[in-house]
Design a protein around this ligand. Structure first.
Ligand code: ME8
Length: 503
């Protein structure tokens, strides 16, 4: 069985999560579910990035220890992922013993082999973003990410020799054109960061202590990226007594990350792996941001609602659908409640909900819910069956390219074609003439097959809705193509998505 290791970033538990975090996690979940459906042995990992000065400060502000503080937020995050039906196989916390020990061993190994050395750090630091900047990166003298003040800091620190691996990295990019996607992000890395020359990376700090201690120099804690990025292998037991998961799943097939952290995943991470003599991930995909009122949704900007409010109002699958359908994966996209509602009304209620409701109701009205194929052939039905049979490969083509919104569009194209098939075959007119009974039953049968195949292919994207449709169809059949020999004994129709009245 082919394996597939997929990861999201590990999130900072510095406040509650917002719809932007849900976006990435929903997409990763849909890909993981799709791969499982296609027979892959999937390992899907998400988690939390819990160390650092910012978290230490926040905890102090609310009178808690950092661990108490993160424990509460992590529990809340796990609850959110459960609500969103996120099917992760592993949730890693950087405060896990397994992770801590792995980071410490890696730090020592890199130090022993001369890739980490002691020096002095001088730099401009943005505390909310936990980022160091050079003078030239500042925008109007402020942090280019959040626009706030930066402070000059100077302290003893350990450094990791990124520069030593620069040429190998460029060579790797050249030989692996699929490594960074979308391609524009690769050019950005080369032109903005690599060609100007890589500076060695600060990997320890002494000015705070909420971090992983450096075992051979106790004043230091491991600083940010060496700790965070290592999550992708510490969870698999790298350098531990049991590295069976490492052998099975590494290298990762895809790291899904937001565009602002592509840099860390395609420069620092590959170099850490090269230094450890490990294989590099097959792909790093940098997605865009969900934007609200022209700006990134962000905890430090405070412009967000708890995603549970949207879920409570509109349902989990409506939120999942929006995240997967609205924005081409890779680009930025606007999030607003109006556009969420437009998707629910336009696609989910009108196209999908209506089709299922109409078809199942007609099945009950004309055949008491019991429908078999009477094989009455005509050109219209033949073409329709061809479309049903094409759907699986169309969806798979799009998913291979991570064009998730287009994969969904293919499914909705078939649902639209099914509604059109109803309009063109006019079952209510066929029902008026007893001679057309077999024809009517064949039409309904074809529609049920179309709904069945669509519902099965919707499963990775909208798991609850898919299940509800399959339960209304009352079928066990798992084939992703038209079958001429099913027989249906339908359950009662139930409304899948209510139209939202926008007042
Ligand atoms: O960066 N739209 O954590 P984080 C889409 N701990 N994605 C968004 C978003 C938005 N509005 N806001 C945030 C970190 N994200 C590190 C990662 S990985 C080894 C360490 C995405 O909690 C963001 O792009 O700040 C990033 O990929 C992810 O949420 C985590 O952000």
């Amino acid at each position: 069985m082919n394996k597939y290791y997929i990861t999201t970033p590990i999130y900072y538990p510095s406040a509650n999560f917002h719809i932007g975090h849900c976006y990435c996690t929903i997409v990763a979940d849909a890909i993981a579910r799709y791969k499982r459906m296609k027979g892959f042995d999937v390992f899907f990992q998400t988690g939390t990035d819990e160390h650092g000065q910012k978290i230490q400060k926040k905890a102090e502000e609310v009178g808690k220890t950092p661990k108490q503080y993160v424990d509460e937020i992590v529990a809340d995050a796990q609850d959110l992922w459960k609500t969103l039906n996120i099917s992760y196989d592993n949730f890693i916390r950087t405060t896990d013993k397994k992770h801590i020990e792995c980071v410490q061993k890696i730090f020592k190994k890199l130090y022993d082999q001369g890739d980490i050395y002691k020096g002095e750090y001088k730099g401009l630091y943005c505390t909310p973003c936990e980022s160091f900047w050079t003078e030239s990166q500042l925008v109007d003298g402020k942090c280019p990410d959040c626009g706030r003040d930066v402070y000059e800091v100077s302290e003893e620190a350990y450094f990791f020799k990124l520069s030593k691996y620069q040429d190998r990295l460029v060579k790797y990019y050249d030989e692996h054109p699929e490594f960074i996607e979308p391609i524009s992000r690769k050019n950005e890395m080369l032109n903005n960061f690599i060609k100007p020359g890589l500076e060695d990376l600060c990997v320890s700090r002494t000015s705070f202590d909420w971090g992983i201690p450096v075992t051979f120099d106790e004043n230091h804690v491991v600083y940010v990226w060496l700790d965070a990025l290592t999550n992708y292998i510490s969870s698999l037991g790298y350098l531990s007594d049991d590295d069976s998961l490492m052998k099975k799943y590494w290298p990762a097939d895809i790291h899904i990350v937001g565009k602002e952290i592509v840099r860390f995943h395609t420069i620092i991470w590959p170099i850490i792996l090269m230094a450890l003599d490990l294989e590099l991930p097959t792909k790093v995909f940098g997605h865009g941001w969900l934007i609200v009122n022209g700006g990134k949704i962000s905890k430090s900007l405070g412009n967000y609602k708890d995603p549970r409010e949207y879920i409570d109002s509109y349902g989990v699958d409506a939120v999942r659908y929006f995240a997967l359908r609205e924005v081409p994966f890779g680009s930025d996209g606007n999030f607003s409640e109006e556009s969420l509602i437009a998707r629910i009304n336009g696609d989910l209620a009108n196209i999908l909900g209506n089709l299922v409701q109409r078809t199942i109701s007609m099945g009950h009205k004309y055949f008491d819910g019991k429908i078999e194929n009477r094989n009455i052939e005509d050109e219209l039905s033949g073409n329709f069956i061809d479309e049903i049979n094409k759907l699986d490969s169309l969806v798979s083509e799009k998913m291979e390219k991570l064009e998730i919104n287009l994969a969904l569009e293919e499914i909705f194209n078939l649902l639209r074609a099914s509604n059109k098939y109803i309009d063109e075959t006019t079952p209510w007119i066929l029902a008026k003439n007893e001679d057309n009974r077999d024809k009517l039953e064949t039409v309904l049968y074809n529609l049920l097959e179309s709904i069945r195949v669509s519902a099965l292919l919707l499963r990775p994207f909208l798991p609850d809705t898919s299940k509800a449709i399959i339960s209304q169809l009352n079928t066990q059949s798992e084939e992703l193509s038209y079958i001429g020999t099913n027989s249906y004994n339908l359950n009662n129709p139930e409304i899948l998505f209510k139209r939202i009245d926008v007042k």
